[in-house]
Design a protein around this ligand. Sequence first.
Ligand SMILES: Nc1ncnc2c1ncn2[C@@H]1O[C@H](COP(=O)(O)OP(=O)(O)O)[C@@H](O)[C@H]1O
Ligand SMILES: [Mg+2]
Length: 285
Amino acid sequence: MVEINRDELSQAYSQLKSTQSQILQQEKLASIGQLAAGVAHEINNPVGFISSNLGTLAKYVDRLKGFVEYQTTLLETLGDPEKLTALKEERQHQKIDRILEDLADLITESLDGTERVRKIVLNLKSFSRVDQADQKMADINECIESTVNIVWNELKYKAKVIKEYGELPHTLCYPQQLNQVFMNFLVNAAQAIEKQGEITIRSWLKDGFIHVSVRDTGSGIAAQNLHKLFEPFFTTKEVGKGTGLGLSIAYDIVKKHNGEILVESEVGKGSIFTVKIPVLEKNDA
Ligand SMILES: Nc1ncnc2c1ncn2[C@@H]1O[C@H](COP(=O)(O)OP(=O)(O)O)[C@@H](O)[C@H]1O
Ligand SMILES: [Mg+2]
């Protein structure tokens, strides 16, 4: 009698412990999200005026260039030959022609750079909106896209990423949380690929459900592990690489959306993780 109680107690205790750390992890993700959104907001402003100033600078440089050309032609016809030679030498010495040529390239490159920063900031913002808890109408394809951009560094060396987005209606959901689901799938897919492979992201609408699948050509999952995937702390990865929380968090998020996650896998061939969530109109909530 006492034995059974103690068993139940220890089971309840370990369940409590795992729930607690799951909550901790979610809290941590939420605060990282808030931090990222704050930083993104702060970066946005300076990037805005840098890029606007660079645009103006490009126009000014163009004018200066035109003026220098004009002055040169004028001096050729009017100038005192001696002074003209001196001027030409000085121009050569200061490498003015090269500088004028280079200036435009420098500005174009800098504008490219600020554009890239702007995009990263945009992705960070949509990925980690401060309004974490907010349910809103969202375009799931946009969610996928911003998540892909966020984890691009983890993917790019491992896999060719193929995107097959279908047309989707906007749906009422928790977009940042779904981003987390996609992120977990994508990172898992990349980690399952040992050297080089393919990751295919598909989205489609069927029977009132939005489907998103992430397919990889990685290791696949052993049959005896399939039913454990969504347990908190189940991981086959070495310490530091896996926490075993990704899929359990994904499971909770998808459940909250009244959806489900389907897994197909073949050892040595790869896996497909599919999320299925119902399309919701604003007034369905
Ligand atoms: N795409 C995949 N290919 C192979 N195994 C996978 C894949 N996704 C998940 N798994 C298996 O499921 C386990 C749990 O995944 P997850 O909850 O994300 O935790 P973690 O990635 O931290 O290990 C992984 O350790 C791995 O064994
Ligand atoms: Mg994972």
